[in-house]
Each structure stands twice: as structure tokens, then as C-alpha cells.
Write a protein that binds this ligand. Sequence first.
Ligand SMILES: O=C(O)c1[nH]c2ccc(F)cc2c1NC(=O)[C@H]1C[C@@H]1c1ccccc1
Length: 232
Amino acid sequence: ILGGYEAKPHLRPYMASLQLDGQHVCGGFLIAEQWVLSAAHCTEETDGRVFQVLLGAHSLREPEPHKRLYRVRAQIPHPGSNIHNNKDDLLLLQLEEKAELNAHVQVLPWQREDRDVAADTVCEVAGWGTISHSGRRPDKLYQVERPVISRDVCNHRTRHDGTITEKMMCTDSRKKDSCKGDSGGPLVCSGVAEGVVTAGSRVCGNYKKPAIYTRIAPYAAWIDGVMASAAG
Ligand SMILES: O=C(O)c1[nH]c2ccc(F)cc2c1NC(=O)[C@H]1C[C@@H]1c1ccccc1
């Protein structure tokens, strides 16, 4: 998170850190007791290794009473995701067991109505991603508020030049922005997850390149289908 500030501990009990060998790789969030949603690109350089999911954390390193690392039973990238673009950049992770819900671990409601969030709506994004242009990695969760910008503005030729589909949305990236390591985390508008930070490599904090999120509502059927088929 660039230009943001340390989050109040445990006010975002849905936040997940996707880790390999104890290292934070991407964000994610709890959408059901046994399911975390993140970004498919995050599995690119993992040569098939399976993530572990840290829940209930504020600090990545310090011991905290409700922090718990969960094994992952299944990692399911959206079938349309690919390394060449940001399309269908979603990843579902089934935990080995249902997460133990408490004040520090909670599910985040996600938008099912497929309708664009109005431009200028102020949403919030949080993560353990880089907090400086030099790539400083925080130990604590950071957050920042960002206004949604219209798809037309985001698709301007000097910005993302027509690559933003109706299944994506953008927020203003002037100074304050999500960045590497925040990918997979939720864009939360009025307490509901509307988008997932895309994990394609992208410059951060430059107003010419707005932040891109995968909208969740268009994928409701896929998400429900995967969770239903793997249930039990
Ligand atoms: O965050 C992303 O957009 C992104 N997209 C990817 C694609 C492949 C891939 F193997 C990883 C990523 C990855 N995450 C990262 O590089 C994470 C490791 C870096 C990081 C940044 C800040 C704080 C902690 C750790």
C-alpha cells in the first residue's frame, strides 16, 4: 500500500496473507469458512507449490493470540486466467479445514449484483504489500482509501488504453495506491468486497496507470459452483 497508513489491528478480520515458506506473497480474503479468494497471477512463480494461508494477523512476524496458519486443500485459478493479461485473475483456495471464526477471523460479504460501482465512490484497500517506491515490505497491515474512476476514464489511451473489460474496475492511483504484495486483497466499498486487486505487474502510485481490480459480481456463479462442488 503506497501513501496509506497502518490499519487498526483486527478491524479487517477477513484479511489473509498467502505465504510460501513463511514469506508473504499475496493478499486474499475469507469469503466463506473454508474458502479464501485471491488473484490467479499470484501462483505464477510458485512452480506448483501450494500456499499456506495466514488468518487473524495484524503483524506478519510477531506472535499474536488469534493468528493461525492454515494449510490449503485445493487451489483453483479461474479457467480464463492466463499470464498474458489481467483477465479472470481470480484464485479460490480451499482451506484444509474450516477457519475458526472469532473477533479476529471473519468472512467478508462480497457483491453479487453485477452493476458498476459509481465513479468517485470512495473504497478502501488493505494489504501487506510494498509501502514505498523502493519496495519496503511492512510487517503490519496497511490500508488506504481510493476513489473509483469510470471505465471510460480508465480506458483512455493515455491510461489503460481499452484493456479494462466490464469485469474489471479501476481506482485513482495518484500517490495513494495498492501495490506489489497487495494483489489478491479486496477492494471494499461500504463494507462489501466489490473487487480483487489484480496481480499483473503494474507500476504503483502513478496517476497515469490507475489500479485495476477484478470485479467479483460477474464471477458469482463460478465462485458458488466451485464451493458447492468441493463441499463435504
Ligand atoms: O503482488 C503481486 O502483484 C504479485 N504478482 C505476482 C506474480 C507472481 C508471483 F510469483 C508473485 C506475485 C506477486 N507478489 C509478489 O511479488 C510479492 C512477493 C512480493 C512482496 C511485495 C511486498 C511485500 C511482500 C512481498
